[in-house]
Design a binder for this molecule. Structure first.
Ligand SMILES: [Zn+2]
Length: 628
């Protein structure tokens, strides 16, 4: 009736390299530390997302302190599988792995301006000599310094270095378990190239690798154009898992797949909106309207938003030149649209940097816009006027209206920036990529969890930390700063995001690629010694038939715990093993086992087959599910 265990030694000789679990004791749930619980262990409401609750209930994690978690053995198996997929794809594009310290000196961070610039999210500490240190939130400074010390010639480039390690961010409100903790695990890759062109090739390579990583993991993901934010740089994308638990809003077009973070998204205004605006715009005389916009006493009631601009340049010795410390920006859009200050920031930044004389060397500009509500405008202030294209048409300025406004407001200067897109894009706007007069395509909002990010950094860090090389040509040319890219994946966050994307009322539904164990052999009635015996033999047989490279090697657990079938199958579905093999009455009486396959939102797919076919069936289904 049962498989012949005698075939086992033959099999081992044939495959040569044995699966590790043939050499170690059986993976028995009765002897493993997997503290599952029927009760919801999640404490506060803020942490009540499904992934956090399921990870606690299934014995994947335990909270150490606010936003800091211990990863228990079964949780670590999933994390390590994610890391293995990442390792393979990083190495495939020439990434070399290294390990960088968690405790960093503040010296480099002061040089790049991030010691103060990153604010209270930095975990700062001091050693016994009262030197400033920090717990690493990211490693651009560290890696750039390492490469700077070794780099001299273009011949050493390109360099691609990555690590997988812990990082720290002192979140004001840590929440949602591993989705937003104060300590988290990340992969970060840093690339160093000769030119912007070769750095762009690196960027494309990493995007290719990221697509492979998320496809191999087996979870639906979206790639969005992103804002480059305070990290600087010119190209940036975010990788997301769509989920209601996400804190990011994406605007996406289902026709052409245009997807962008709402901070970055551009939406074409609906025609009806444009027509309504045109109708309004005929009623107000241009000159008066323009003046009203800039005069704080009337501007607020017209929905104009003000911000104070501070701008300075820092050279490589840390010397600061102040460009502006008291200018104002007045930004206006139509009454139904909020101004997007990230877009306003970009145009102000470009304006400030363009004012610098070509021979004035600086490694970075520090520009801030702080919302303000001025009572008046003083004669020492310049005013930057930003008009979104959704705003009324009558407010274009000509030379006369400008001179008139300057006289009446008695300000230092008025700079009118070209009309453009300075508004927050909305769901229902037309797609900027594929909408035409003939094809109507609208943007839809999706909630999402960010799991990866790519940045083409340029020379922001290599300039500041003097990471430069002698170029290929011409001879005796001055050294050039390396063109850098940085590329992250939130490893611990990804494990939780996968659960958010793939779970149901019964529990987690792991993709076979990263499931903690791919199959569980469940003894339905362990009071019957014969059932235990059959299950153990099936377990041994399965391990005998897999080589060390087989996707089932060391991937099977035996649920031999005391307790009824109901308790065990609930645990198995909560943990989300892709396959459960049930050894029960029917196995004893007629040699049949039941195999259940975990599928989202449905009763498990169940088949019954002779126990002699169970191993072949499992091997085939696991291979099919892993095929990308
Ligand atoms: Zn589109």
């Amino acid at each position: 009736m049962l498989l012949s265990v005698a075939t086992r030694s033959k099999q081992i000789r044939r495959t040569g390299v044995r699966c590790v679990s043939q050499l170690t004791p059986r993976n028995r749930l009765s002897q493993m530390f997997i503290p599952t619980s029927k009760e919801k262990v999640a404490a506060s409401n803020a942490d009540a997302v499904a992934s956090h609750s399921l990870m606690l209930k299934s014995g994947f994690i335990r909270q150490s302190s606010s936003g800091i978690y211990s990863i228990l053995p079964i949780g670590l198996r999933t994390i390590e599988k994610i890391e293995k997929v990442i390792d393979e794809e990083m190495r495939a594009i020439g990434g070399q792995k290294l390990a960088l310290p968690l405790v960093l000196s503040s010296e480099m961070w002061k040089k790049t301006g991030r010691w103060d610039g990153m604010g209270s999210e930095l975990f700062k500490l001091q050693d016994r000599k009262e030197s400033d240190l920090l717990l690493a939130p990211t490693h651009e400074e560290e890696i750039t310094q390492i490469v700077a010390n070794e780099l001299s010639s273009y011949r050493q480039l390109p360099i691609r270095l990555y690590q997988i390690g812990r990082k720290y961010r002192d979140e004001m409100r840590p929440r949602s378990g591993l989705l937003r903790g104060r300590e988290f695990m990340m992969k970060d890759l840093y690339t160093f190239d000769e030119s912007l062109e070769t750095a762009s090739v690196a960027y494309d390579d990493v995007q290719g690798a990221y697509n492979k990583i998320f496809r191999r993991i087996g979870v639906p993901f979206a790639v969005a154009e992103a804002d480059t934010g305070n990290i600087g740089g010119s190209r940036s994308h975010e990788y997301h898992i769509l989920s209601a638990a996400g804190e990011d809003n994406l605007l996406t077009c289902y026709k052409c797949n245009y997807t962008a973070n709402e901070e970055k998204a551009t939406g074409v205004l609906p025609e009806t909106h444009e027509a309504a605006l045109k109708a309004q715009s005929t009623t107000t005389p241009a000159g008066d309207n323009f003046l009203q916009l800039l005069n704080p006493s009337s501007a607020h009631s017209l929905g104009v938003q003000f911000a104070t601009i501070k701008a300075s340049l820092v050279d490589k010795h840390g010397k600061r030149t102040i460009l502006e410390d008291n200018a104002l920006v007045a930004a206006v859009s139509s009454s139904s649209r909020e101004v997007n200050f990230l877009k306003v920031y970009e145009v102000i930044r470009k304006h400030m940097e363009s004012k610098v004389a070509p021979d004035q060397q600086f490694v970075r500009s520090e520009i801030s816009l702080t919302p303000s509500v001025p009572d008046t405008i003083s004669s020492s202030q310049s005013v930057h006027l930003i008009i979104d294209e959704s705003a009324e048409e009558g407010i274009e300025a000509n030379e006369d209206t400008l001179q008139n406004a300057m006289k009446k407001l008695s300000c230092k200067d008025i700079i009118v920036h070209p009309k453009g897109d300075y508004r927050v894009a909305h769901e229902g706007d037309f797609c900027p990529s594929c909408h035409t007069d003939n094809v109507s395509s609208k943007l839809i909002t999706e909630k999402a969890i960010e799991i990866g990010h790519t940045f083409l950094l340029g020379t922001k860090y290599s300039d500041a930390l003097d990471c430069s090389f002698t170029p290929r040509e011409p001879a005796n040319a001055p050294k050039l700063p390396a063109q850098m890219g940085c590329y992250g994946i939130g490893v611990s966050r990804l494990s939780a995001a996968v659960i958010e994307s793939l779970h149901d009322d019964a529990g987690m539904i792991w993709p076979t690629s990263i499931a903690p164990y791919r199959a569980c052999i469940l003894v339905a009635d362990n009071k019957n010694p014969e059932s235990n015996d059959i299950a153990e033999k099936l377990y041994d047989e399965l391990n005998a038939q897999v080589s060390i490279n087989d996707p089932l090697c060391n991937e099977v657990v035996l649920d031999d715990r005391k307790g009824g079938f109901g308790f065990k199958i609930r645990d198995a579905e909560m943990i989300g093993y892709p396959f459960v093999v049930i050894v029960g009455n029917k196995t004893r009486t007629n040699g049949m086992v039941e195999i259940r396959e975990r599928i989202k939102g449905q009763k498990s797919h169940q088949i019954e087959l002779p126990i002699t076919e169970a191993v072949a069936h499992l091997k085939q289904r696991v291979a099919e599910k892993l095929a990308v």
